[in-house]
Design a protein around this ligand. Structure first.
Ligand code: ADP
Length: 296
């Protein structure tokens, strides 16, 4: 009798018997069974090795992403501290200029031409104060005062605040509550600021078009989707729009989305941008849902 026991492809042993008609046949059959078992184990090891290799490479990618995120946060924190220092220094003299310009404007009630100069100073200083406020907000949300807040109520306030700008540009803003359970654990003032920034951007982008807000709950998250009929965001800048001071607007500070990013991240949520259903951009803010009043 003759049995071929030779290494096959990928280290698998070929156990195909050619003849097995002699006295030691049963031994050879045992050997073949052992070799088959060996092959089966080898195959299993190969599969689990491949699975482990994939897992290691997936974990390595995740660590790399986390490293980049940490680096980005450290850079933002350093930039924020510097910006906050400058903003504090600038805010005090700005306050004095505003006070003086206001007084001057009142003094000049009877000299309309000169009064209008004082009024222009007041308007310009208010604009500067707004920018300083943005810088301070970007510098750090500070300590979050977490409470149970109802997003639908915050959104109602945000829409009210954005209404004058929408009326000015002829933009329609619609809010669709797909869930009545919009309770999150959050700092209401900060979330309001973040949503306001997104709504102002959407209204600016939509111009005389539409802005749609959809609030929905998906498992343990509440999602707010803000889409507009603007031109959308070109792929070449999508990566950069959350960077502080990145702007494509003539009078933009480039701090709005950096503030949104920071606030949402400090609430354990995330904000992503994409191509929206209305043809323009869509921003999706996800926040961990709190227990609603009916659950507690
Ligand atoms: P700013 O509004 O001062 O420019 P932001 O940080 O809020 O600063 O926005 C950064 C940039 O992202 C904007 O200049 C604009 O190019 C882009 N952007 C933000 N929101 C939208 C939107 N809804 N549609 C199109 N582009 C947008």
């Amino acid at each position: 009798m003759k049995m071929v026991v030779a290494p096959g492809r990928h280290g698998v042993v070929d156990t195909t018997p050619t003849t097995m008609f002699d006295d030691h046949g049963h031994r050879e059959l045992e050997l073949a069974a052992m070799v088959n078992a060996f092959n089966a184990v080898t195959e299993k090891l190969k599969v689990s090795h491949e699975r482990l290799t994939d897992e290691v490479s997936r974990l390595r990618d995740r660590i790399h992403e986390k490293d980049l995120e940490l680096e980005r946060r450290a850079r933002l924190a350093a930039l924020g501290q510097m910006a906050a220092g400058v903003a504090h220094e600038v805010r005090n003299p700005l306050g004095s200029i505003l006070l003086c310009a206001d007084m001057l404007s009142k003094e000049l009630e009877n000299a309309p031409e000169n009064k209008s100069l004082a009024d222009q100073i007041v308007v310009a200083v208010r604009a500067l104060d707004g920018i300083v406020g943005d810088v301070l907000a970007f510098a750090g949300p500070g300590t979050c005062r977490f409470q149970k807040v109802t997003l639908s109520e915050i959104m109602t306030d945000v829409v009210r605040l954005v209404a004058p700008r929408a009326v000015e540009t002829g933009c329609r803003v619609r809010v669709d509550y797909r869930t009545c359970d919009t309770v999150v654990s959050a700092d209401g003032a900060q979330i309001q600021r973040a949503l306001l920034n997104l709504l102002f951007n959407a209204v600016d982008a939509a111009n005389a078009g539409d802005v749609s807000v959809v609030i929905t709950r998906i498992n343990d998250e509440v999602q707010i989707l803000i889409s507009d009929t603007g031109d959308g965001i070109h792929d070449s800048i999508k990566e950069r729009i959350f960077e502080p001071f990145f702007t494509t607007k003539d009078s933009g500070t480039g701090l709005g989305l950096a503030i949104v990013y920071r606030i949402v991240a400090s609430h354990g949520g995330r904000v992503i941008v994409g191509d929206g259903p209305l043809g323009g951009a869509v921003f999706c803010v996800s926040l961990p849902a709190g227990q609603s009043s009916t659950e507690s």
